[in-house]
Design a protein around this ligand. Structure first.
Ligand SMILES: NC(=O)c1ccc[n+]([C@@H]2O[C@H](COP(=O)([O-])OP(=O)(O)OC[C@H]3O[C@@H](n4cnc5c(N)ncnc54)[C@H](OP(=O)(O)O)[C@@H]3O)[C@@H](O)[C@H]2O)c1
Length: 200
């Protein structure tokens, strides 16, 4: 398969891309890094990107970025930026990518554990993650030509917890998130959200 990974250069994206590359052709993209550059928040940039990369069998998105703050501190701009980046950024990739995905291909998006297990400070991220999961469940009903769409929900990963100086015991190494993405790309699921901990 030819797999396009937007966010394939990040903390989780790198090991997922390395795992998929053992059996498939993987193209890695980021806003500044990777084989191709694309800004998922900019519809024009996304459309240019798909024209440049050409046809593909699977698109995996790990684009992220949402405000983590107590409700009383969240500004209009925090909400707007969270929706524009992680939520609409990933949805833009599906909308603009549909004409370029081959018959029977797939889209795999990324939400996160804060969807189903919120914590203080996560209200904006929780909306975004649940929005992505809801989008995939509904859009799966309309995908043409046997195309599938799913979401992977990673837990906190050890590398990120270390960087934040938080307790690493609640997370798992980024490499262990890879099997859930493999299941979405290589399996037959459609409209589902996979908790990555159940596939590690
Ligand atoms: N890390 C965790 O513990 C954790 C837990 C649960 C869920 N998640 C979710 O998992 C996803 C990946 O997280 P991560 O920790 O691996 O993030 P990361 O290390 O910050 O990587 C983000 C990736 O997305 C790319 N990217 C960022 N903005 C972009 C844009 N506007 N357009 C296109 N590409 C863009 C980055 O490339 P450039 O740098 O070149 O832009 C990079 O490849 C995110 O959705 C995050 O919310 C993470």
């Amino acid at each position: 398969m030819r797999i396009i990974m937007v966010g394939g250069t990040g903390v989780i994206g790198r090991p997922v891309a390395d795992t998929l590359a053992e059996r498939h052709e993987v193209v890695r993209a980021g806003s500044r890094s990777g084989d191709f550059q694309v800004d998922a928040t900019d519809r024009g940039s996304v459309e240019r990107f798909f024209r440049e990369v050409g046809p593909f069998d699977a698109l995996v998105s790990l684009v992220g970025g949402a405000a983590f703050k107590p409700v009383v501190e969240l500004t209009d701009e925090d909400f707007e930026r969270s929706f524009r980046h992680k939520l609409m950024g990933q949805i833009n990739l599906v909308r603009a990518g549909l004409p370029h995905v081959r018959d029977g291909g797939s889209f795999t998006l990324t939400s996160g554990v804060l969807s189903q297990e919120p914590m203080p400070g996560s209200s904006a991220i929780t909306i975004v993650n649940r929005g992505l999961e809801g989008f995939a469940a509904a859009a799966a009903l309309e995908m043409p030509r046997g195309v599938r769409i799913n979401v992977v929900s990673p837990p906190w990963v050890t590398e990120t917890l270390e960087e934040l100086g938080w307790d690493t015991s609640i997370g798992m190494p980024a490499a262990q998130v890879a099997p859930a993405y493999v299941e979405c790309v290589e399996g037959s699921r459609n409209g589902e959200t996979l908790d990555a901990r159940q596939f590690a």
